[in-house]
Design a protein around this ligand. Structure first.
Ligand code: NI
Ligand code: MN
Length: 223
């Protein structure tokens, strides 16, 4: 599986000629290198309704005629805006033509200008024999140990920005619970309030059985 980073929490995962975009915050994302019109994917995964995650999901769904995948409330909101959708909920998984998606808990909020869009989530995404965990926006929670025990995570994408989500210390603790082969920090340096030095995350995990990959927007990673 190949991961392409677009800054903040936006990744494109690609395997076997299929690809999905997660949290497509492109317009208004000062770090993004591509525009929604450049995105060709088989699905749009969205962790919650906040603008820096929902982003351009509806436009990308409409243009590619592919489903937005997320919680029932958020997907129905997107369908109301003209997107296609596949509603799921926490704990549920489903096999799509591109791979398997499972929704995990995340401790955060989820809303749009229209009001609440239910609970936020994280994703366990398996494609081409590899499994990634995108935590969404969340604080540290002990059930990450359960996620680590029940999945062999090749790569964990973890917020480190603090203020709205886990900061660096909690993200380091999360890696110990999730036991991924690779850890990638996300959700930092997009805005002043979430300014962080990702090297501190890497340093904090030195000597631990994990490889930390710090990606710059536009970078790709073979998982
Ligand atoms: Ni959020
Ligand atoms: Mn966010």
């Amino acid at each position: 599986m190949k991961l392409h980073y677009q800054g903040h929490s936006c990744f494109i995962a690609e395997s076997g000629g299929k690809s999905v975009i997660i949290d497509p915050f492109l317009n208004g994302n000062p770090l993004a290198r591509i525009k929604p019109g450049d995105v060709v994917v088989d699905a749009v995964l969205v962790t919650h309704g906040h603008g820096d995650h929902l982003g351009d999901a509806v436009e990308i769904s409409r243009k590619n005629n592919v489903p937005v995948i997320g919680t029932f409330e958020l997907v129905n909101y997107c369908i109301g805006k003209g997107a296609a959708g596949h509603a799921m909920h926490i704990g549920g998984s489903f096999s799509f033509p591109f791979g398997r998606v499972k929704l995990t808990i995340a401790h955060h909020g989820s809303s749009t200008e229209a009001g609440s869009t239910g609970n936020p989530c994280g994703f366990i995404l398996s494609m081409g024999g590899k499994t990634i965990y995108h935590a969404g926006d969340t604080g540290l929670f002990s059930d990450m140990a359960l996620i680590g025990d029940t999945n062999s995570i090749d790569c964990a994408l973890l917020p480190i920005g603090d203020n709205f989500t886990m900061g660096i210390e909690d993200a380091i603790y999360a890696v110990g619970l999730l036991k991924p082969r690779i850890a990638v920090p996300m959700h930092y340096n997009t805005f002043e309030v979430i300014k962080q030095d990702p090297e501190k995350f890497k340093k904090g995990l030195e000597g631990k059985p994990v490889k930390v990959e710090i990606l710059k927007p536009g970078d790709s990673l073979e998982v």
